[in-house]
Write a protein that binds this ligand. Structure first.
Ligand code: ADP
Ligand code: MG
Length: 271
C-alpha cells in the first residue's frame, strides 16, 4: 500500500450523520483501514451499540466484550480494551457490545458525562502514539454521539447522494454549533464524503453538485460509488479495502483516504 503522510498532530475525527444507512460505518472502517495499511497508527472507536464497525473490522464484540462501555461508565483506559484488528497490526478497535445501549441512560446522572471519552482519548494519545482516531456513531444525537463530538476536533460527514441529503446536514450543523458553543470550541466540519454515488442518475449528480456548492472546501473530490462489493464485505468481517482491493469501491475509499491524509499532513520529513 501507498505510504501515507503522518499528520502534524494526531487527528481525532467523528464520523457522524443522524441519518442511518448513509455509509457512516462503511466510511469509518475503510478510511481507517486504508490509513493503517498506509503505515499510520489508527484507532477506531465503535460508539454504536450495534457494533457494525467491530464486525466489519473482524473484532469480537459478543455480549460482555469490554470496550466503549467500560471507557464511558467505568473510566477504563482505551489501551486496556482496544483490540488489534486482524487486518493490520497498527489498526486497533475499541469494540462496542450490545451492552453499550444501556450507557445512553446510565450516563445521564454521571458527573462529567459529556467529557468521558475526551479524557480517555487524550490519555490514549499520550500512551499510544496514535495518528488517527475515528469514531463510528449511532444514527442519533444522544450521549454516545455527544461524547464522540466532544472528544473530536473534526467531523467527517458521509452524505448519501439522494433526495433530502442536505436537510440532514442542516440539522447536523445546528448540533455542531451547539456543541461548539457549549462543550468543544475546536470542533469543525472538516470533511464530507459523497457515498453510494451513481453517476448514471441525474439525482446523484444533482445532489453531489449541490453539496459541493454549499461545502466546496470540505467535500472530497473522490465520490464513493454504489457497489455490491462494498455491501458484501462486512459479512466476511472485512472492509472492502481488504476484501476486494481492486474493486471500484475499494479504489475509491483508498483515494478518499489519500485525500484526507494529504489535507492534514505535517511538514514533509526533513524540512
Ligand atoms: P450507517 O453506518 O450510516 O448506518 P452503513 O455504512 O452501515 O451506514 O451502510 C448502510 C448499508 O449500505 C450497509 O449494508 C452497507 O454495507 C451498505 N453500503 C454502504 N456504502 C455502500 C456503497 N457505496 N455501495 C453499496 N452499498 C453500500
Ligand atoms: Mg453504522
Amino acid at each position: 500500500a501507498e505510504p501515507l503522510p503522518r499528520p502534524a498532530k494526531p487527528r481525532v475525527i467523528v464520523v457522524a450523520n443522524q441519518k442511518g444507512g448513509v455509509g457512516k460505518t462503511t466510511t469509518a472502517v475503510n478510511i481507517a483501514t486504508a490509513m493503517a495499511l498506509g503505515g499510520l497508527n489508527v484507532l477506531v472507536v465503535d460508539t454504536d451499540p450495534q457494533g457494525n464497525a467491530s464486525t466489519a473490522l473482524g473484532v469480537d464484540h459478543s455480549p460482555g466484550t469490554k470496550g466503549t462501555y467500560e471507557v464511558l461508565l467505568d473510566r477504563a483506559g482505551i489501551i486496556e480494551y482496544a483490540q488489534p484488528s486482524p487486518h493490520s497490526p497498527n489498526l486497533h478497535v475499541l469494540p462496542a457490545a450490545i451492552d453499550l445501549s444501556a450507557a445512553e441512560l446510565e450516563l445521564v446522572n454521571e458527573r462529567g458525562r459529556e467529557h468521558r471519552m475526551r479524557d480517555a482519548i487524550n490519555q490514549y494519545i499520550e500512551e499510544s502514539g496514535v495518528d488517527y482516531v475515528f469514531f463510528d456513531c449511532p444514527p442519533s444525537l444522544g450521549l454516545l454521539t455527544l461524547n464522540a463530538l466532544v472528544a473530536s476536533s473534526e467531523i467527517l460527514v458521509p452524505i448519501q447522494t439522494e433526495y433530502y441529503a442536505l436537510e440532514g446536514v442542516t440539522q447536523l450543523m445546528r448540533t455542531i454549533n451547539r456543541v461548539k458553543g457549549n462543550l468543544n470550541d475546536d470542533l469543525e466540519l472538516s470533511t464530507i464524503v459523497l457515498t453510494m454515488y451513481d453517476a448514471r442518475t441525474n439525482l446523484s449528480r444533482e445532489v453531489a453538485e449541490e453539496v459541493r456548492r454549499h461545502f466546496s472546501a470540505q467535500t472530497l473530490a473522490t465520490e464513493i460509488p454504489r457497489s455490491v462489493k462494498i455491501a458484501e464485505a462486512p459479512s466476511y468481517g472485512l472492509p472492502v479495502i481488504t476484501y476486494q482491493p481492486k474493486s471500484v469501491g475499494a479504489v475509491a475509499y483508498q483515494a478518499a483516504a489519500v485525500e484526507m491524509a494529504s489535507r492534514g499532513a505535517g511538514e514533509p520529513q526533513g524540512s
